[in-house]
Design a protein around this ligand. Structure first.
Ligand SMILES: C[S@@+](CC[C@H](N)C(=O)[O-])C[C@H]1O[C@@H](n2cnc3c(N)ncnc32)[C@H](O)[C@@H]1O
Length: 457
């Protein structure tokens, strides 16, 4: 058998006649580009790009760094309006006429950029891509944050609702804005969606002389006016603590925060700010979290959150979950947020009453119904994702029975806490029983029916 030869390269990138150089810019200047990249721009017979990029190129022609590489005025092509037509025209120039073309773009052209459009009409071997750092990378760098765990959504020529959906499920996100969807429109959509954020920043005109990075809150984002050429950075509840943000230098205090965290559930009620006993008791919470069988990822709703103890513990036990705590009393909702912050748990607080407040939330994989009764339970069941589970607690037997009818399984949890007697002995102090219903029951798990009278011995 003949030995397999070395792999054959049919086209050497960039060496075929009619190369399309795609050059990313950080900001609006070509002067700082490396020598090799400037030569690439200078050798093009046609320069294409957005108006902003073409204006930057024209300014650059008067600069010494352009003269150094012999850059001269050549025809330009604006990549705006009929983008497909313009891209066809530049491809024709490179492929049919064999001319070198330069496409100027912002940041990394392969990241929400022109590369994808160019590939509709050109072989990738013809492209020679020279990226600059993406505006998203620069935005996170300016804020001193890592971003390998961030979700990036574009509001550039795409519906804002898609960006909101992506942000809602992320702990850390960046949204690319545009003239039709400037930063304030993103803010309005996020406020309407009832989201809460630990950090909001608008990073505008990055790399330009008039670059601006401001930190603000969601209301200020919604009501402000910002440059459309921006990246909006959003860090959701708990997202800052997870990188030690705001907890002291070199993660010192952050480290102690991590150490003070516990993976155990069923923390004492005193661990949560609460009022009027509106906190799920420690032992009942343990049972509830067990019955919730928390997945590693997905969406959890805590309805009638009270102190938010279930939402907080669920978020701590399963940090990959996107947790929404829905609470109608604004004061209690503020306590949920306070508890989540204190415990460094990622919880979105939604102020409103179920079922109305659920309309805009993503469908859940898990729901805890601690308040809102049977109507909240029914609303949860209507929206539950396949394979999902609802757990509900009740003090009243009649309502618990209605829940058991719907969910299929129920236990009664009676807790007696041991108390010291003055003589050093112990007594048990019984609390009111709590009914915990869960389901929907699948066939295997459903409780066996009691034997009927005819089956009795
Ligand atoms: C089509 S996307 C291009 C993204 C680009 N490929 C990148 O890697 O940064 C355009 C959006 O990127 C963001 N953007 C690009 N350049 C920027 C800059 N200098 N400052 C802030 N945002 C910028 C804006 O959100 C803009 O609307």
């Amino acid at each position: 058998m003949p030995e397999p030869g070395p792999p054959q390269l049919t086209v050497v990138p960039g060496e075929a006649p009619g190369t399309v150089a795609v050059v990313g810019l950080l900001g609006d200047s070509l002067a700082g580009l490396p020598l090799e990249t400037r030569k690439l721009v200078a050798q093009a017979r046609l320069v294409a790009g957005g108006q902003r990029h073409l204006a930057a190129w024209r300014r650059w022609l008067g600069d010494r760094s352009a003269q150094e590489v012999g850059a001269k005025a050549v025809p330009t092509l604006a990549l705006e309006g009929d983008l497909e037509g313009a891209v066809q025209a530049l491809a024709h120039r490179a492929v049919e006429d064999g001319q070198d073309v330069c496409v100027l773009a912002s940041g990394d052209p392969g990241f929400f950029g022109i590369t994808r459009t160019l590939l509709r009409v050109l072989d990738r071997q013809r492209l020679r891509i020279v990226p600059a750092p993406s505006a998203v990378a620069v935005a996170f760098a300016r804020l001193g944050l890592p971003w390998d765990d961030a979700v990036v959504a574009s509001a550039h020529g795409r519906p804002l609702a898609d960006a909101v959906r992506a942000v809602r499920l992320a702990r850390k996100a960046a949204v690319l804005t545009s003239p039709e969807h400037p930063p304030q429109a993103v803010g309005q959509a996020l406020v309407e969606a009832g989201l809460s954020m630990d950090l909001v920043a608008v990073c505008s005109r990055l790399g330009c002389e008039d670059e601006r990075v401001i930190e603000l809150d969601l209301a200020q984002l919604a009501h402000g006016r910002f440059d459309p050429l921006s990246v909006v950075v959003l860090v959701g509840p708990g997202g800052l603590q997870s990188v030690g943000w705001g907890t002291g230098p070199a993660g010192a205090a952050g480290g102690s925060l991590e150490r003070s965290r516990t993976l155990a559930w069923g923390l004492p009620e005193s661990a949560f700010a609460h009022r009027g006993g509106m906190v799920t008791k420690s032992e009942v919470r343990s049972v509830v979290l067990g019955k919730l069988a928390l997945p590693a990822a997905g969406v959890l709703w805590d309805l009638g959150a009270g102190s938010g103890s279930v939402a907080v513990e669920a978020a701590l036990v399963s940090p990959g979950l996107t947790v929404f705590a829905v609470e109608q009393d604004p004061e209690a909702a503020a306590r949920v947020a306070e508890n989540a912050t204190t415990m460094a748990a990622g919880v979105h607080v939604v102020v409103g009453a179920a079922p109305e407040a659920l309309a805009d939330l993503p469908d859940p994989d898990r729901v805890f119904v601690g308040g809102g009764g049977i109507p909240a339970l029914d609303a949860a069941l209507r929206r539950l994702r396949p394979g999902g589970r609802v757990v509900a607690t009740f003090a009243a037997l009649d309502r618990a029975a209605q829940a058991a009818e719907r969910l299929g399984r129920m236990v009664e949890v009676t807790v007696s806490r041991a108390r010291r007697l003055p003589d050093g002995g112990w007594r048990l102090a019984g609390a009111n029983p709590v009914f915990v219903a869960w389901g929907p029951a699948d066939d295997e798990d459903a409780p066996a029916a009691e034997p009927g009278p005819s089956a009795q011995p």
